[in-house]
Design a protein around this ligand. Structure first.
Ligand code: PEP
Length: 250
């Protein structure tokens, strides 16, 4: 079994003081040694998290240019200075609210990888696409956009399958649904980047994952971890999810 990876996506939540308070409590917990844990925090909070060694950190976005006239954006060197390891790209909220295209997501993915970060590529279908039977084809096309013509790949490949209808709604895909999609995506990845890299890739599920459903999701063969919004905002609920999700790997 692969080492599980649980990644918090705090989205636009937590001030610096709230981040410090979270870490003060979280740092007192014993995390399972078999598991990797990361927190993708708002940019200013990354500066607060830079001084701790309890969890890896990640950014929720990156701009694909070194520096310059990009109002409101953040660069690789700024993130590197905060000790960031992961960068989320292609989250459905950015694709929808900020109109990020597949091409821009691909540009960010490869830029982040080239700058030494581990990009976490998010893919996922809407409810209408799922009901129309188009979910798998849609998610595969989101992988194609990033990997079909890739010249170079990061050492660590992380892809999060996040059905849009399950994000923040309390509706979770069943473990069987998550497995079916992630198995299909791993097979598609194998065709795009080769069997060995596809097998080594960590495939995460995201969408209302919590302590109650983490163990069942993690029991599935192709679920290697989770990308977690709501349940990561409180130290105790994030810890409970990590413990439940790690139970089978201890
Ligand atoms: C997310 O936004 O990446 C997410 C999975 O959120 P939630 O866990 O709240 O559904």
């Amino acid at each position: 079994m692969k080492r599980p990876l649980f990644v918090a996506n705090w989205k636009m939540n937590k001030t610096m003081a709230e981040t410090q308070a979270f870490m003060d409590e979280f740092a007192s917990y014993q995390l399972p040694e078999t598991t990797d844990v990361a927190i993708c925090a708002p940019f200013i909070d990354l500066a607060v998290l830079a001084n701790q060694k309890v969890v890896a950190t990640g950014a929720q976005d990156i701009y694909p240019a070194e520096a310059g006239a990009y109002t409101g954006e953040i660069s690789a060197s700024m993130l590197a200075e905060c000790g960031v390891k992961y960068v989320i790209v292609g989250h459905s909220e950015r694709r929808t609210l900020l109109h990020e295209t597949d091409a821009f997501v691909a540009e960010k993915y490869h830029y982040a990888a080239g700058a030494g970060f581990v990009p976490i590529l998010c893919v996922g279908e809407s409810l209408a696409q799922r009901e129309a039977g188009e979910a798998e084809a849609w998610c595969k096309s989101q992988l194609d956009a990033v990997f079909a013509d890739a010249q170079a790949l990061p050492d660590e490949i992380v892809v999060a399958y996040e059905p849009i209808w399950a994000i923040g709604t309390g509706k979770t895909a069943t473990a069987a649904d998550a497995q079916e999609m992630l198995a299909a995506l791993r097979a598609h990845l194998a065709a795009l980047i080769g069997e060995e890299k596809a097998q080594a890739a960590r495939l995460l599920y995201g969408g209302s994952m919590k302590a109650d459903n983490a163990r069942a999701l993690m029991a599935e063969a192709d679920v290697d971890g989770g990308l977690i919004g709501g349940a990561s905002l409180k130290p105790d609920s994030f810890l409970a999810l990590i413990n439940e999700g790690s139970a089978l790997s201890v």
